[in-house]
Design a protein around this ligand. Structure first.
Ligand code: UGA
Length: 425
């Protein structure tokens, strides 16, 4: 084996592109494969098809070690360890759709001796099934814990790396673990099923934390407590921790909603009713809609009211709008008869199709001009920099701000004459 193991990466979405690029940065020769020729052409021209801070620079820096291709044969010929980074979106039943993973496994048949290293989030038991059905294929579960927006940093500075391998694949497990050794993080070695469960359980736990603090927020609103103070007081208890305790307008994105649902479903398939996760999901759905009630409290009927949504992306520093709260909110507002304008510094164009009824504005000020209310949906730093007391106050028809992330300077806005409402305070 050469000193730095050559690597294959299948799927060049957020996960694959970050995985491949970061391994190249660690000195590995990496072959990245995607079935979409346009994506591969763009990457070969030096264009990065997704927005992820730091990624474009890193790709540029490692161009010589990174190879982009549509040809699985080329990848398989160059690397034995193949990271599977294709997506596993939810199906109507709530189960994960594994068709892309299955296709990858089929394609590898006859291409020689390989280990599939599963990065895609898959149901617990997937590895066992693949091993059973594909004799001779090595299999390692290596779930990813990257957050969009800080994915490169998260890869380089992980809290832990989880590597699951069974029986005759344990050598492959050693080789996968060795890739991460330079990062200096704890490496947790488990069997495949446990590694698969670590991934789903971690996301489900974080989502539970968010729904929990959102319920504390809702009760705090009634009882006169301030959830940001409550979270600060709770978070200093090291058993609780201060992260993922920010109350807001619900979690979104391509992971939490899907993975919580998938774990609930997985339990359900075995006949177990996962009550806690059922509640986590329901709380999140209600949380997304609570803003409508707050707007009605201040504006009365929303018919023909101009509502500006600041932020479309499911969180800052990404152009990802999958399961974004903005989309639910916009839809509900439209249902109430309001006119919806939206602005997002990077994600607005992506939303053009799904928000065809909304006005997509070129700037925050444009969205706020003549608005009856502003809803802060995504905590992009530029929203804090707006001249709220001056230009914004002047531009809006009614100075009503619903801050869905407790992000703006509440006291300054109130002092400037805004009707300001946050979450849980
Ligand atoms: C999440 C996990 O954090 C990653 O560890 C995991 O690898 C990833 O899913 C995945 O499974 O691929 P991500 O979806 O990129 O990462 O984003 P997060 O930063 O975790 O935020 C998720 C949602 O929770 C966002 O809508 C965010 O606004 C919301 N959130 C987060 C809160 O409402 N409150 C918080 O305190 C934290």
């Amino acid at each position: 084996m050469p000193e730095k193991e050559p690597i294959g990466v299948i799927g060049t979405g957020y996960v694959g592109l970050v995985q491949g690029t970061c391994l190249a940065e660690l000195g590995h020769e990496v072959w990245c494969r995607d079935i979409v020729p346009d994506k591969i052409d763009a990457l070969n021209r030096g264009e990065v098809p997704i927005y992820e801070p730091g990624l474009a620079e890193l790709i540029e820096r490692n161009r010589e070690r990174l190879h982009f291709t549509t040809d699985m044969g080329e990848v398989a010929a160059n690397a034995e360890l193949l990271f599977c980074c294709v997506d596993t979106p939810p199906t109507y039943s709530g189960d994960a759709d594994l068709s892309r993973v299955e296709r990858v496994v089929e394609e590898l048949g006859g291409l020689g001796r390989h280990a599939l290293v599963m990065k895609s989030t898959v149901p617990v038991g997937t590895g066992r099934t693949i091993k059973r059905d594909h004799d001779g294929l090595g299999y390692v579960s290596n779930p990813e814990f990257l957050k969009e927006g800080s994915a490169v940093h998260d890869f380089m500075h992980p809290d832990r790396v989880v590597v699951g391998a069974d029986g005759d694949s344990s050598d492959y497990g050693d080789r996968v673990a060795a890739l991460y050794e330079p990062l200096g993080a704890p490496i947790v070695r488990t069997d495949v099923a446990s590694a698969e469960m670590v991934k789903l359980a971690s996301n489900a736990f974080l989502a539970t934390k968010i729904s929990f603090i959102n319920e504390i927020a809702n009760v705090s609103e009634e009882l006169g407590a301030d959830v940001t103070e409550v979270a600060r007081g709770m978070g200093l208890d090291s058993r609780i921790g201060d992260r993922f305790l920010q109350a807001g307008i619900g979690y979104g994105g391509s992971c939490f909603p899907k993975d919580v649902q998938a774990l609930k479903q997985l339990a359900g398939n075995t006949g177990y009713h996962f009550q806690l996760l059922t509640a986590v999901i329901e709380v999140n759905e209600l949380q997304k809609r609570r803003t409508i009630g707050k707007l009605q409290k201040h504006l009365g009927s929303l018919v023909r009211k101009e509502i500006a949504l600041l932020g479309v992306a499911f969180k800052p520093d990404t152009d990802d709008i999958r399961e974004a709260t903005s989309l639910v909110l916009a839809g509900r507002l439209r249902g109430e008869g309001a006119r919806v304008r939206v602005y997002d510094p990077v994600a607005a164009e992506r939303a053009r199709d799904v928000l065809s009824y909304a006005e997509i504005c070129p700037s925050a000020m444009k969205a706020l001009e003549g608005a009856d209310a502003a809803v802060l949906v995504t905590e992009w730093p530029e929203f804090r920099e707006l001249d709220w007391a001056g230009a914004v106050k002047e531009a809006m028809r009614q100075p009503v701000v619903i801050d869905g992330r407790n992000f703006l300077d509440r006291d300054a806005l109130r002092a400037a004459g805004f009707t300001y409402e946050g979450v849980g305070r």
